[in-house]
Design a protein around this ligand. Structure first.
Ligand code: HAM
Length: 419
């Protein structure tokens, strides 16, 4: 028999119990925030048809797809993101759904990426999307829920920022610079590579798209705009994109996360389907890649064959936020102690221990019952290292007295517990 490596395939993760503590901290915060904001849960199979996922070449994600053929020759793939699947599901029931709909899911996604810090070949993503409304309150609600999730995980507002821009704004500015609309999608994708490849390489990409030297220079000039007021001065008083952005900033203030938002014209997003406001969240030191990202994509439903329907959403990955959390909270995930650990000295006390465990479990407590008799020292040291709040160790004296001692592992306080 050949030897098998104990490692998971490159870029894939195993989750041991100590890893699951972190993962659950993230997933619990995601789920609670999405539910509290009124999003309904949905799910889909991780395998999707390749045709749906593969869009225009040049988009990074479509080059990273794990694709395969099934035994009947169907071209399939592991989804790299959830949005095309969501668009397909919504298009399939377009006449029956009560728009606008607010849906969320926690989806495992696969991308054959070059591995860097915060990038794996598999990750989980919280997706929250609102489909069927053009109101900028949708963007504000989605960002508000993401903020609530970050706070629930234990990350302070000082640690991170949401960078916001708008493809519609950039489109207006590019048009004013004389760059025709047909070239905008390619310009967005090229500009999104900023920081990943050199400006010379980006300029070369723009020239391939047909921009002359003057247009390339103008495009780079637009990226030096630093404030919304500056952008407004360029776009003109009647710019719908500016009005939209100002509305979002005002709503964020009203919702209590205004200080987290910052205008950043360099946020463009790598996926081609975005049409309006786009956003990405980063740690303030910019040590990590984007914590989450998303935006408005009003054309995707029509692109997959549905009726034209406005939509906005975000993807929030577990990998980057996991790293940010470890940095902020320490390597060991802080856990809230709960439930009981029960041990016993000899076989004679096993029955009483089992009965006590059954009773406490019936009352709704978590109980970790020892499988064998133990020395008290061993029991208490293991209980101390566990997540239990109380430790109960049964010896002959407890049975004789008809009362056990529950030791609070945080306060060391002892409470009697009738047997
Ligand atoms: P995305 O920016 O490609 O957007 O991914 C969203 C988030 O998923 C990223 O900010 C990051 O946290 C995480 N992520 C992506 N790729 C990886 C990776 N290889 N390893 C670890 N984490 C990763 C989308 O996927 C859009 N579909 C989001 C969306 C939903 N837009 C509208 N609705």
């Amino acid at each position: 028999m050949s030897t098998v490596t104990f490692e998971a395939p490159r870029g894939m993760r195993d989750f041991y119990p100590e890893d699951m503590v972190w993962r659950n901290r993230i997933f619990d915060a995601w789920r609670a925030a999405a539910e509290r904001a009124g999003f309904r849960n949905y799910d889909a199979c991780v395998v999707e048809s390749l045709e749906l996922l593969q869009r225009k070449s040049g988009e990074e994600v479509s080059e990273q797809i794990y694709a395969f053929e099934d035994k009947s020759g169907r071209k399939l793939a592991l989804r790299p993101e959830m949005t095309p699947t969501l668009a397909r599901m919504v298009a399939a029931r377009q006449t029956r759904l009560p728009f606008p709909i607010k849906w969320y899911t926690i989806a495992q996604c696969f991308r054959y990426e070059r591995m860097t810090r915060g990038r794996k070949r598999e990750h989980y993503q919280l997706n929250m999307d609102i489909i069927g409304s053009e109101e900028v309150l949708c963007e504000a609600e989605i960002l508000g829920a993401a903020v609530a999730a970050m706070r629930a995980m234990g990350l302070g507002d000082e640690a991170w920022r949401i960078h916001v821009s708008s493809r519609a704004l950039l489109g207006e500015l590019l048009a004013k610079s004389g760059i025709p609309e047909a070239q905008h999608p390619a310009v967005f994708i090229a500009l999104d590579k900023r920081g990943k490849i050199s400006d010379e390489e980006i300029a070369a990409l723009l020239r391939v798209e047909g921009l002359d030297d003057a247009a390339v220079a103008k495009t780079f000039e637009l990226l030096s705009v630093t404030t919304l007021d500056e952008a407004a001065a360029l776009a003109g008083a009647d710019s719908p994109a500016i009005a939209n952005l100002r509305d979002l900033f005002a709503l964020a203030e009203q919702m209590g996360y205004g200080p987290l938002l910052t205008f950043d014209i360099a946020v463009i997003r790598g996926l081609s389907y975005y049409t309006g406001i786009v956003f990405e969240a980063f740690d303030v030191q910019r040590k990590f890649r984007a914590i989450f990202g998303g935006g408005r994509y009003d054309s995707l439903l029509a692109l997959v064959g549905g009726q034209p329907t406005p939509a906005v959403g975000m993807g929030f990955g577990d990998v980057v936020v996991g790293e940010v959390l470890r940095e902020a909270l320490g390597e060991t995930c802080p856990v809230t102690r709960h439930g009981y650990a029960i041990g016993y000295m000899a076989a004679e006390q096993r029955g009483a221990a089992v009965a006590l465990a059954a009773r406490l479990r019936a009352e709704g407590h978590a109980v970790d019952l020892a499988l064998l008799p133990q020395k008290p020292k061993h029991f208490f040291s293991k209980a101390g290292a566990s997540a239990a709040k109380f430790a109960v160790f049964l010896g002959p004296d407890d049975l004789a007295a008809g009362t056990a001692q529950a030791k609070d592992l945080e306060t060391r306080e002892i409470t009697p517990l009738p047997l």
